[in-house]
Design a protein around this ligand. Structure first.
Ligand code: F6P
Length: 341
């Protein structure tokens, strides 16, 4: 059997570990062959592949990014569509596809599977917003990177007696903010699921200052204060029609400075959260998911993704993962809120 692998959407630490896990498992257990599609769905739509013999995955699980390249190409646009993709698969002798991606990628994979293509998925997102899986690889690394950066912001904030606001990624959920904020002891954590008022946020900042602390605020890029109509977006839509987020910290900083009288600085951590080597946890999870995806192909579990449930890897239909965003539950926010101010 020949399997095509693609990595699509925003890159994420651990992608290479998935590829290595899949290729090693497929070669050792089933004598499969592998090709890698270049740059996500673009490679699938154009039939642009590279061979993936065992030597190409040597030592890559600790490598950031993806050796295959990625893109946010929508496989239904341009020359895309199921018939064109199947024709390329037939020409290349590819029997099935493993699609490693987040919400946009898996939604496209679901539509292609419904049209008869043989695809299994591997959930990927630093945002940890996919339902039907407890955690996604990349999230642990992103939280670690964000926490280290926020720890650094704290010392410069303390020296200058300033409020420091760190903006982290996460799209429409607050998982990275919640975890990095809790880990770094932030005085306020602002997440999309909880649209607090500016007065409340200013109150937490003032409380921290009154105790002699340099206030530290972690805000998720998708957070919108009560008086905003929606999350801050000024860079248009991505290929899947979703607003590109980012920049809320710069909006909040002058308002909070005016309200509290404390000099305030904003830092947007941005893509640094997705770069570099994956954590050991992410390497292990990603490797296990890659191996399980090959078993899924052998079992013909088309239209499903491999997912983490507790410590087990199981299968879940794409529809389960896509039905709802995995948001931060109220209980997790309430737990963290005790520590604010
Ligand atoms: O979904 C992952 C993510 O990093 C989000 O947290 C962020 O909003 C988005 O991708 C950034 O996308 P791009 O890499 O296209 O700028």
């Amino acid at each position: 059997m020949k399997i095509g692998i693609l990595t699509s959407g925003g890159d994420c630490p651990g992608l290479n570990a998935v590829i290595r896990g899949a290729v090693l498992k497929g070669i050792k257990s089933y004598d499969h062959e592998f090709v890698g599609y270049r740059d996500g769905w673009r490679g699938v739509v154009e039939g642009d592949v590279m061979e993936l013999p065992r030597s190409t995955v040597r030592g890559i699980s600790k490598q950031g990014g993806t050796i295959l390249g990625t893109s946010r190409t929508n496989p239904f646009e341009g020359d895309g569509g199921p018939e064109n993709i199947q024709a390329h698969m037939d020409r290349l002798g590819v029997d099935a596809i493993i699609a490693i991606g987040g919400e946009g990628t898996l939604a496209a994979a679901q539509r292609l599977t419904e049209a008869g293509l043989k695809i299994v998925g591997v959930p990927k997102t630093v945002d940890n917003d996919l339902d039907a899986t407890d955690y996604t690889f990349g999230f642990d690394t992103a939280v670690q990177i964000a926490t280290e950066a926020i720890d650094r912001l704290r010392t410069t904030g303390e020296s200058h007696h300033r409020t420091m606001i760190a903006e982290v990624m996460g799209r429409h959920v607050g998982w990275i903010a919640l975890h990095s904020g809790m880990a770094s002891g932030a005085h306020a954590i602002l997440i999309p699921e909880q649209p607090e008022s500016m007065e409340t946020v200013a109150g937490w900042i003032s409380e921290a200052r009154d105790r002699g602390r340099a206030p530290l605020v972690v805000v998720a890029e998708g957070f919108a204060p009560e008086h905003f109509e929606g999350p801050h977006s000024e860079r248009g839509l991505d290929a899947f029609g979703r607003p590109r987020l980012g920049g809320i910290a710069d909006k909040l900083a002058p308002e909070l400075e005016a309200m509290t009288g404390i000099e305030t600085r904003a830092t947007v951590l941005g893509h640094i959260q997705r770069g570099g080597v994956p954590s050991a946890y992410d390497r292990v999870l990603a490797t296990r998911l890659g191996m399980a995806a090959v078993d899924s192909v052998v079992e013909g579990n088309w239209g499903t993704m491999v997912s983490l449930r507790g410590t087990d890897i199981v299968n879940a239909p794409f529809s389960y993962a896509l039905e709802n965003l995995k948001t931060v539950p109220q209980s997790r926010y309430d737990e963290a809120k005790i520590l604010f101010g």
